[in-house]
Every structure is written in C-alpha cells, then in structure tokens.
Design a protein. Structure first.
Length: 277
C-alpha cells in the first residue's frame, strides 16, 4: 500500500500528514516521542478498506514548530482544521498517549463529525478514575519535562540515549522498536527546538486538564468509544472515560507495552477491525 506524505497548509498551521487508501476516513493520532510513523506497521492493513489519515501533531515530526498552542483545546482545533482542509466531513479517530486529550475534546465538541473513537494508554487530565495509577505520583519525566527550558537543554546532544529509554520501556520485553522507525523518531526529536516542542505537551498539561474538566462538566460523550489499555496505564483511562461518556467498551492487550501499535500491531488491528466495522 502506497503512503502519500505531504505538508498541507491548514487555516491554523502547516501540518505534515501521511495518507493511504480509500473509503471511510480514519484519523490516527500519535503521542510523544513519536511521529505519524508510529502507525507504519498498522497503516497498510487499515488502508485496505479505509482512507487512513496520520498527521504529525503540532510541533512534532515535520509539522510546524509553533511557539505555543500545545494545550488540548488548541490541538483539537488543529484536528478540525486538518479535516476541513482535506474535505473530510466525518471521521473515526484512533489516538494514543498525548494524542488522546485532543482526540477526546474533538469528539466531545464535534459529535456530529465523529463516528467512533478509540483511545489508548493515556490519561484525561485529573478526571476521576486514575487514582490507583497515580497513587505513587505521576511518572518522573512529567515533572522534568514541565520545567520551562530545562529538559531540552539537558537532553540536547544526547537525544538518542534519552529517547531510547521510552522506546525500550514502551515494549513489553524491553527490547525496543523497529530500528528504522526508532531512527526516524530520534531524527524528528533531535535539536533543541524539536525537543522543546515535544516537552511543550507536558507544559500544557495543567491547561489541558482544566479544559477537559470544564468540557466534561457541561457535556457527556455519546460517541461509541473503545478504550484499550496495556502497560503501564492499564485500566486507568477506561475508568476515567466511563465517568464522562455513555457508550464505552474497555479492552486490554496482555503482554503489551505502552507502544501498542508497534509492540502488538496484530492484536491492535484485530480489535480495531471489530470495533470500527
């Protein structure tokens, strides 16, 4: 399956986007420290009967490195701008990690434009349900990444060594991911400005959490939603989503690390094929 990768100028920013296939649109949203290539293993299968759209999120990969706008509400508006540019009236959405909060707010605010939602391995701000997961505090890198200007200055020049921690720990056996995809990720996050943009997602977490709390206090999500857990988030996201949505299914992939699309692609494709049919 041929994948077309190009930059598009939306009404908000320049977005690098990979597309493949024809049919009902399916949007894939990655997290940190990834690019659209997180979906490289699954995209060819999904594109057999779908129009698959996999962008690099704001500031990441080859998308525009903006000074700000990394909170969930702004990122949700980026989704709308991309779909408008591509003339996509409605879409199914699959999101993981840092892609989940904007995907959720996009779904909540645009329930007429989304058919089904799949979210994986993330948290939705401070919503109830993640207390057990957070009982020992947030993962250590959250605080490190959130200090303005610090992490990029510490990590620059050692990007590969630092990012390999996430790629090894993101797989169940600790062996890391495909070498070619890993190298693409490292290249995408090399340099102080590329690192800054990745860390801005963490610095925007307090704003994103407040936005999610406000939005869910006013509206419940009716969109059919599948929540997939693995390691380490497990069932925490499912517990959060069930409190703010009306049509939720929970699933968990055994012996799978955080990087589900690369660690257990066949298991993910099987679940997506069933839920998105």
């Amino acid at each position: 399956m041929e994948v077309d990768v190009r930059k598009v100028e939306t009404s908000r920013l320049s977005i690098n986007v990979a597309t493949a296939g024809e049919g009902r649109p399916l949007l894939l949203l990655h997290g940190f420290p990834h690019t659209w290539r997180l979906w490289a293993t699954t995209m060819s299968v999904l594109a057999r009967d779908r129009r698959v759209i996999a962008p690099d999120s704001r500031g990441l990969g080859d998308s525009e490195r903006s000074a700000d706008g990394y909170d969930a509400e702004n990122l949700a508006r980026d989704i709308v701008a991309l779909l408008d540019h591509l003339l996509v009236p409605s879409v199914d959405v699959v999101a993981i990690d840092a892609g989940v909060p904007p995907a959720f707010l996009f779904a909540l605010h645009n329930q007429d434009r989304i058919g089904r939602l799949v979210v994986m391995e993330s948290l939705l701000g401070q919503l109830a349900g993640a207390e057990t997961f957070l009982s020992s505090g947030a993962p250590w890198w959250f605080g490190f990444h959130q200090v303005p200007g610090l992490a990029e200055r510490v990590v620059v020049g050692h990007e590969a060594e630092y990012l390999d921690f996430f790629y090894r720990s993101g797989t169940f056996d600790g062996q890391g991911i495909d070498h070619g995809i890993r190298d693409d990720f490292v290249n995408a996050y090399s340099g102080i400005e590329s690192l800054r943009c990745g860390f801005e997602y963490y610095r925007a977490m307090p704003s994103s959490a407040a936005q999610i709390a406000t939005a869910t206090s006013a509206t419940r999500l009716a969109t059919p939603t599948l929540v997939i857990g693995s390691e380490p988030v497990g069932d925490a996201l499912f517990e959060q989503v069930t409190g703010v949505a009306d049509n939720v299914i929970g699933d968990r992939i055994a012996e799978c690390g955080h990087l589900i699309p690369l660690d257990r692609p066949a298991e993910l494709i099987r679940r997506l094929a069933s839920f998105l049919a």
